[in-house]
Design a binder for this molecule. Structure first.
Ligand SMILES: NC(=O)c1ccc[n+]([C@@H]2O[C@H](COP(=O)([O-])OP(=O)(O)OC[C@H]3O[C@@H](n4cnc5c(N)ncnc54)[C@H](O)[C@@H]3O)[C@@H](O)[C@H]2O)c1
Length: 205
């Protein structure tokens, strides 16, 4: 029970990496708030031990503020919501660029500014995990012009802890949405980092 006593909030937890993370955090003893806009899918987590569910659209600052008040101080913020734009620089529209940056980058700024004060006030700190991607400043992936730009922005942000770069070495094949391996590897790494923040400082300073 490596996360016993920890309070965690996960965005985009109705499926994929967010869902796997919410489940893994709860299995490790955390009290988890699993949030998403897809309340139908989120319902599958509602009866699991250690998990509370709530609608949260991370594009809406007022919803983030409201859930911040409802949940109170947390130890772990797992910022997972993200959108993959498919195409080159010549395909992308202004609207797609704006939407991708709003969801993949600005939403994390908003959730951090809501939950970080509580972590600081607690005196015991906390962990903020912004899910980035290898398709970013690490490498240029084909047809990922907009997506890679957003994830590169995350990796370069001052407040960031990109689990993707550290998880890469554990994943021996390309990560796909349907691949069970990717969420499991990412989640295992995430829980290790939460348990031992010194590891992150040592390896990724
Ligand atoms: N899947 C991969 O191979 C992979 C690789 C590297 C990084 N990532 C990153 O991991 C994160 C999760 O990816 P995934 O493939 O597991 O996701 P997914 O596409 O399986 O699920 C996305 C979830 O986000 C939710 N969502 C969409 N808009 C939202 C909003 N406005 N507010 C709250 N929730 C919203 C959806 O309802 C859905 O449940 C993303 O940030 C993605 O960029 C994924």
């Amino acid at each position: 029970m490596r996360l016993a006593g920890k309070r965690c909030l996960v965005t985009a937890a109705a499926q994929g990496i967010g869902e796997a993370t919410a489940r893994a955090f709860a299995e490790e003893g955390a009290e988890v708030w699993a949030t998403d806009i897809n309340e139908g899918k989120l319902a599958a987590l509602a009866n699991l031990r250690g998990i509370k569910t709530s609608r949260l659209d991370v594009l809406r600052d007022e919803e983030i503020s409201q859930i911040g008040k409802r949940v109170g101080p947390i130890d772990v913020l797992f910022n997972c919501a993200g959108f993959v734009h498919h195409g080159t620089v010549l395909d992308a529209t202004d609207e797609e660029w704006r939407f991708a940056f709003d969801l993949n980058v600005r939403s994390m700024f908003w959730t951090i500014r809501t939950f970080l004060p509580g972590m600081l006030a607690s005196g015991k700190g906390g962990s903020i995990i912004n899910v980035a991607s290898a398709a970013s400043s690490i490498k240029g992936a084909p047809l990922r012009f907009v997506y890679g730009s957003t994830k590169a922005a995350l990796r370069k942000a001052k407040i960031r802890l990109s689990i993707t770069s550290t998880a890469q070495s554990e994943i021996s094949r390309p990560m796909k949405r349907s691949a069970i391996q990717a969420p499991v590897a990412l989640t295992a790494q995430a829980t290790r980092l939460i348990r031992n923040p010194a590891m992150t400082r040592r390896r990724w300073r």
